[in-house]
Structures are given as C-alpha cells and as structure tokens.
Write a protein that binds this ligand. Structure first.
Ligand SMILES: [Ca+2]
Length: 98
C-alpha cells in the first residue's frame, strides 16, 4: 500500500505522461501539450496567469536545455517551484490566523 507521498509522486508521473503522449515525442511536452496541462491541471494555482504570453514565458523558463520541449526533469522544476510558492502562502496564512 503506497503512502500518501508515494501516491502523489505516482500521480505526478502519470499526469506528465498523459499530456506528453498526445503528440510528437511521447517523453516530452510540446508547447501545446504544456498549455493544455497548465490549463487543465494547474487552473487553480495559475488562475492569475490570464495573459496569453504566460505559456510562452513558462516554456522558455522551463526549457533549460533549449530543445523546444519540456522533459520530465524540466517539468519537475515547475511543480517544485509552485510547491515552494504554495508552501510560503500556507505559512503566511497560518501566521495570519495567530
Ligand atoms: Ca527541453
């Protein structure tokens, strides 16, 4: 029986592959796949990002090896970055309640 964290890691891998396998190389996210993933899976966290250039900027920031695609390692950086930001909000919210 996997733990809560292990299940989270598994979903994270599954989500990446669900989107990365829709077109082109199945092991990487194209710009369009990244856009769909962000709109579908990160709509709550990224709802402030309404401007159309957001996906392009995200793509540029994430694509550290510059091949025009986002691989799993590059995708991990997005989720880690968002988690750090969320954890900071969580800490601030807890402080606010005191
Ligand atoms: Ca890349």
């Amino acid at each position: 029986m996997p733990s809560e964290l292990e299940r989270a890691m598994e979903s994270f891998i599954q989500v990446f592959h669900r989107y990365s396998s829709t077109e082109g190389s199945s092991g990487t996210l194209s710009r369009r796949e990244l856009k769909t993933l962000m709109e579908t899976e990160l709509s709550t966290f990224l709802k402030s990002q309404k401007d159309p250039g957001a996906v392009d900027r995200m793509m540029r920031d994430l694509d550290t090896n510059g091949d025009g695609e986002v691989n799993f390692e590059e995708f991990v950086a997005l989720v880690v970055g968002l988690s750090v930001a969320c954890e900071q909000c969580y800490q601030l919210a807890k402080l606010g309640k005191k």
